[in-house]
Write a protein that binds this ligand. Structure first.
Ligand SMILES: C[S@@+](CC[C@H](N)C(=O)[O-])C[C@H]1O[C@@H](n2cnc3c(N)ncnc32)[C@H](O)[C@@H]1O
Length: 378
């Protein structure tokens, strides 16, 4: 029997958040943590694409932003990546920096939960620190840039719904239990923890009849912990799928929630099927990350669509040079252009993915200058 199904069977019934934690991070069978010898989850030969695995234009733009940031801050930076996967982004950033690396970065810290992935990162990126948790790394000394791509949307969510009955509207949580055929099925019950009711109340969420929402009450304190580690002079760039709560939880826009599974670049409707083989994800409520920043004494920040973030930071100048010259493109350049367009245009990740930029101290002031587009020329 599948180890995750066996664990659910042993425990009888789990909240969906407990199930998602097991399905993604069970030590030997979790989707992210189980040992892999072939391709990892993210990338063309995996199950889904992320911005860093879609086009090298992403790592190149980030590398140039780090160059400009260290020049603006007046010193070399500590660069931290949360949830590095196999280290493709870091590999790209370090390759683009090449012999500028020491001037720009005094330290590079990669944080990744999966042991198999940590060893790939260490092989791919020489001279960096690779940790399972950010708190395992020594505190930084100078300015920090912290980056995360699809880290928060891979954290477990509680799933709740509202049902109107004769006694009014009842709030029900989704649970997972074994079925009679050796698989898993949904059941419903009273919320497993008072934290759920407290979260809904704090965010002013009164669910409509039949509305389903996913919530991540732990995201705020997890994020605040990451930001506190960075110290008083830092910028965080958080790239993820999500919205502010008023939009994410608007019953007219998204009545069924945002929970989905991915396998081999296709959506999986039943996220209870084949646990450990399917990626499970749900959108981020950016209010949680803004509140976490405020708790840590940071600015709440600015949210931009990915395409606009990349454009402001100069990505268009990294398109194949034949594009600017109006010359004929080779098949390879067409492929590069198509991949870059997925990140830049509003018809794809350019609008669906968001970048939340937050900061504190001198580094934040310097970043704001870099992130403000120059006035248009008349
Ligand atoms: C969706 S993948 C994104 C990978 C990569 N950042 C990218 O964009 O291609 C999420 C990654 O975050 C890692 N992760 C999730 N929770 C984590 C945690 N608490 N600590 C460290 N890594 C974590 C997962 O193991 C996985 O590699």
């Amino acid at each position: 029997m599948n180890a995750i199904v066996a664990e659910v069977t042993r425990r009888g019934r789990l909240s969906f958040a407990e199930f998602m934690e097991l399905a993604l991070y069970h030590p030997t069978a979790g989707y992210y943590t189980r040992r892999r010898t072939g391709p990892g989850p993210a990338g063309r030969s995996g199950d889904f694409l992320t911005a860093p695995t879609t086009s090298p234009i992403f790592s190149r733009t980030l590398a140039e932003l780090l160059v400009q940031s260290s020049a603006a801050f007046g010193e070399a930076l500590t660069f931290v990546e949360l949830g590095s996967g196999e280290g493709f982004l870091l590999e790209g950033v370090l390759a683009h920096l090449a012999d500028r690396r020491e001037k720009v970065l005094c330290r590079v810290v990669s944080v990744e939960a999966a042991e198999w992935a940590r060893s790939r990162i260490a092989k791919r990126c020489k001279g960096i620190e690779v940790e399972a948790r950010l708190s395992d790394a020594p505190w930084p000394d100078g300015p920090v840039v912290l980056f995360a791509s699809e880290y928060y949307d891979a954290l477990a969510v509680n799933r709740v719904t509202a049902r109107a009955g004769s006694g009014g509207v009842a709030l029900l949580e989704y649970f997972v239990e074994p079925d009679s055929r050796g698989g898993l099925q949904w059941t419903f019950g009273e919320p497993s923890t008072p934290t759920i009711l407290a979260y809904l109340a704090e965010h002013g969420l009164a669910l409509a009849d039949g509305q389903v929402v996913e919530i991540r009450p732990q995201a705020r304190s997890v994020h605040a912990g990451h930001l506190r580690w960075c110290g008083v002079d830092a910028v965080a760039l958080i790239l993820d799928y999500g919205h502010p709560g008023r939009r994410l939880y608007d019953p007219r826009a998204r009545r069924g929630g945002s929970l989905v599974g991915y396998r081999a670049h296709a959506l999986v409707g039943d996220v209870l099927s084949d646990p450990g083989e399917v990626d499970i994800t749900a959108h981020v409520n950016f209010d949680d990350l803004e509140n976490g920043a405020a708790d840590a004494g940071w600015e709440r920040g600015i949210i931009r669509p990915l395409g606009s973030f990349l454009t402001v930071h100069g990505a268009l100048s990294f398109l194949p040079s034949a594009v600017a010259g109006g010359e004929r493109l080779t098949p390879e350049e067409w492929a590069q252009l198509a991949a870059a367009k997925r990140l830049l245009l509003p018809s794809g990740m350019g609008a669906d993915l968001k970048v939340l930029a937050q900061g504190r101290g001198r580094a934040w002031q310097a970043y704001l200058q870099l992130a403000t587009p120059p006035p248009a020329e008349a």
